[in-house]
Design a protein around this ligand. Structure first.
Ligand code: ZN
Length: 175
């Protein structure tokens, strides 16, 4: 496995619409290696999600630490999500902090749907359906946006909350 170079804001690949993958593509050595490398790259840079365009590959794949368990038995693991289709559930919108490995050292508050259902394929090319709310729903919406060339800045209602990481730690992260 290898750690991949992460594209930063301004690179055109981050603004391109990524292409869907067929089952045969997903099972190819190239895509399986891409997924392994994306997981290693995400961990190296302490990300919670990473989309293929962020490593210069315009295909509809992202990896993220998500809850893959049942409602009563949550189990967080790193999953590869391919060709995701999001359906928003309900009308709740929540605003919270986001960062992005392609926009280093900056945080901003972004409104997102609280609850979503996701139809996608897994790394074997099998159909899966996920249900997510709050933090995991936020991660999935952020990563799916990358596949359409959308960055979290585009989703912000105002730029007043934009904050460098040092100032975020100093003034905003009260955890
Ligand atoms: Zn991002």
């Amino acid at each position: 496995m290898s750690i991949l170079k992460v594209a930063r804001m301004g690179h055109p690949v981050l603004r391109a619409k990524a292409r869907r993958l067929e089952k045969a593509d997903i099972r190819s050595v190239a895509i399986q290696k891409l997924i392994d490398d994306m997981i290693e790259t995400m961990r190296e840079y302490h990300g919670v999600g990473l989309a293929a365009p962020q490593v210069h590959e315009a295909v509809r794949v992202f990896v993220a630490a998500l809850d893959a368990g049942e409602e009563d038995a949550p189990q967080v693991e790193t999953l590869a999500i391919i060709n995701p289709e999001i359906t928003v559930i309900g009308s709740d919108v929540v605003e919270d902090w986001e960062g992005c490995l392609s926009i280093p050292d900056i945080r901003g508050r972004v409104p997102r749907a609280r609850e979503i259902a996701v139809r996608a394929m897994d790394r074997r090319g099998d159909r899966i359906e996920l249900h997510a709310h709050d933090f995991h729903a936020r991660v999935i919406q952020h990563e799916t946006d990358h596949l359409d060339g959308v960055l979290f800045f585009d989703r912000m209602k105002s730029f007043e909350s934009l904050t460098f990481l040092d100032e975020y730690s100093r003034y905003w992260n009260k955890d």
